[in-house]
Ligand binder design. Structure first.
Ligand SMILES: [Zn+2]
Ligand SMILES: [Zn+2]
Length: 306
């Protein structure tokens, strides 16, 4: 069923039972809502070194993670998703690099959307954020945007204070893990119990080594522990998460245009899933040019890690 229909149907049932609250037993209400589970979905609007942005939607909240596409592109791609930019509750930032913040200033100013980031990222973006409402949070401290709970955690990357996120709506969890050189134990622990994951598969190591456009120093930066995840290292992270998470869907993102291909990234992660006996986990690959399909999460249940 389309998410809009599912959400609307659920609202009708909630309103009906609110009107008849005295006669409707709360347990009956809960039973009915189980047949109309709450909505938690996402669409990657674009991903790669030329710009990253992702739309997250729940029953009553829509927000972006990163705003690395131009404001014009963000508006055009949101329109394709039937989302009015004025309806967004915020833009949540992973870090200050321009491929994650390129459209931030114009987009947030024009549509009066608050930007959520930590203090060092806010400091790094000081000149960009002068006319933007900035809501600063602390790493590791959970907060909410509408009905979505956000838990930010540190990742190793060459930015001021880069983050990954565990986002939760009801008992459905979604992890955002992009722009990191490796995944320490704390990162894996922060993503325990997730139903969906956006993970960076930046490069195929062999293609990166063969690449003639990038100087040696850049290659070293990409391959470093504060650089970017290769297909193999992302597959290894996914494999490790399978022990603690009912992963329904993995979305691969931030693919290098020159040093990766969607089929290589997909094949590598697929091999790892199959080797672990998780052949039912779906894989999608986000691209720079096109929006992904709507990915609905929550077929299986879970709990927000405490
Ligand atoms: Zn990036
Ligand atoms: Zn970055």
């Amino acid at each position: 069923m389309f998410p809009e229909v599912l959400g609307a149907t659920r609202c009708v049932f909630v309103r009906y039972h609110q009107l008849n609250f005295r006669t409707a037993n709360i347990f009956t209400l809960k039973k009915i809502l189980r047949y109309f589970p709450s909505m938690f979905s996402l669409r990657v609007l674009g991903s790669g070194s030329a710009g990253n942005a992702m739309l997250i939607q729940s029953d009553s909240t829509a927000l972006l993670v990163d705003a690395g596409l131009s404001a014009k592109q963000l508006v055009a791609r949101l329109k394709q998703c039937d989302v009015d930019p004025f309806a967004l509750k915020g833009v949540l930032l992973t870090h200050e690099h321009s491929d994650h913040t390129g459209g931030l200033r114009v987009f947030c100013t024009k549509y009066e959307i608050p930007c959520y980031c930590n203090s060092l990222t806010a400091e790094a973006l000081k000149s960009e954020l002068t006319r933007v409402l900035c809501r600063v949070f602390r790493n590791g401290t959970e907060f909410t945007i509408g009905d979505i709970r956000v838990r930010p955690f540190s990742v190793p990357h060459d930015a001021a204070d880069p983050l990954g996120f565990c986002l939760a709506h009801d008992d459905v969890l979604f992890g955002v893990l992009t722009d990191l050189g490796h995944a320490p134990g704390l990162v894996l622990e922060s993503l325990r119990g997730i139903h969906g994951l956006l993970i960076e598969t930046n490069h195929d190591e062999a293609l990166l080594h063969q690449d003639i456009k990038r100087p040696w120093a850049i290659k070293q930066r990409i391959l470093s522990r504060h650089g970017h995840l290769s297909n193999a290292s992302a597959a290894h992270v996914v494999r490790q998460l399978l022990d603690s998470s009912p992963l329904e869907h993995v979305i691969l993102g931030h693919l290098s245009k020159d040093c990766n291909r969607p089929e290589l990234a997909t094949q590598r992660v697929d091999e790892e899933l199959k080797a672990a006996g998780h052949s039912s986990t779906k894989i999608s690959c986000a691209t720079q040019e096109a929006i992904t399909e709507t990915i609905m999460l929550g077929a299986s249940s879970g709990t927000f890690p405490s």
